[in-house]
Design a protein around this ligand. Structure first.
Ligand code: AMP
Length: 319
């Protein structure tokens, strides 16, 4: 029996299913979590299905979280989606259920759960959930709301089909979802529209970006800058993809100063592999999109220097 079949069987057995995902959620985290919830609610109306975790206001157009009591975990199946490592799971009660399942598309660095289904070549966890539905479509029902969410998750994690993890299968699965009667164009707009104060920060990012001769770039968003634009860390997410639009840039990192004085490092790349650098600095993630922490300015420069090295090496291998 494949792991997907085992997961499906386990879902059939439990009356209460609680779905978690990672902290600081992005559209794919919320969409895969709530998309799975909607499919299961529609398919098994007698089961109690919940989605939990800290909310992010800017993603409210996707879905809202359930506020549930601890005792619900006693006889529950817990499914964690889109979360590579245990420390990043939002709502620490995830271990209080009877069984635990991990469904993810990040490199499988941290094994947890009774069952694990991880495919790190797939664009998004939302795409995995669509595949799960298609594999068991005789017994599962896709609702329009589930389709809307999963479409948003795929669009979010592929940067609207821009990033290399986008495959023919990704497009097939997105096309399948578009047959449902939600407004795909509206979702695309909701995912890309930004408040004016973020647009003003875009200007600052393009002014301040430092790019070396090989295309390694960095941007530092200080607490002072965030205060000037009246933005918090999560509101700065739209700037992360900006350096990639510059033809001179191959790999980049955006450092965002946190209230505790440390810096969140958000690494991205068009080719050179950067997740090993993230792992050396308390983080991890995908080959071309990862996150880490810099404790001070010296560590900022260390991370940037390492990016410069991998970019240089990558370029010399290509030439
Ligand atoms: P972010 O820059 O926070 O959007 O993260 C990019 C990718 O790296 C996401 O897929 C995250 O799951 C992953 N990531 C970010 N921070 C960490 C971390 N501290 N540990 C492991 N993975 C991370």
């Amino acid at each position: 029996m494949s792991v997907k079949q085992k997961i499906f069987k386990m879902i059939q057995v439990f009356d209460t299913i609680i779905i978690h995902r990672h902290e600081r959620p992005d559209p794919d985290a919320i969409a895969s979590q709530c998309g799975l919830k909607e499919i299961l609610k529609e398919s098994f109306p007698d089961k109690q299905i919940y989605a939990v975790g800290s909310a992010v206001a800017r993603l409210d157009f996707l879905s809202n979280m359930d506020d549930i009591e601890d005792k619900l975990y006693e006889n529950a199946l817990v499914i964690v989606v889109d979360t590579a490592n245990i420390e990043r799971i939002s709502d620490k009660r995830f271990n209080n259920g009877k069984k635990l399942i991990k469904i993810d598309h990040h490199p499988n660095d941290d094994f947890y759960g009774n069952l694990m289904w991880v495919e790190d070549q797939v664009s998004s966890t939302s795409e995995l959930i669509v595949q799960f539905y298609l594999d068991f479509s005789d017994d599962l029902t896709m609702s329009t709301e589930a389709a809307r969410l999963l479409y948003a998750g795929i669009v979010g994690d592929t940067g609207r089909f821009l990033y290399p993890a986008t495959t023919p299968k990704t497009l097939e699965r997105a096309a399948f979802l578009m047959n449902f009667s939600f407004d795909a164009s509206k979702i695309n707009q909701e995912l890309t529209s930004i408040p004016m104060k973020v647009a003003k920060l875009f200007g600052e990012v393009y002014q301040d970006i430092r790019v070396d001769e090989n295309g390694a770039a960095y941007v530092l968003l200080s607490a002072k800058t965030l205060e000037q634009y009246q933005l918090n860390d999560s509101q700065t997410s739209p700037v992360v993809s900006l350096p990639g639009q510059l033809e001179e840039v191959l790999s980049w990192v955006i450092f965002v100063e946190q209230p505790d004085g440390k810096y969140r490092a958000r690494l991205r790349s068009k080719g050179p592999i950067i997740n090993k650098i993230a792992k050396c600095h308390g983080g991890g993630g995908h080959l071309l999109a990862s996150g880490a922490i810099a404790h001070d300015k010296a560590e900022i420069m260390e991370i940037y220097r390492k990016i410069q090295e991998v970019v240089k090496e990558w370029k010399s291998e290509k030439s």
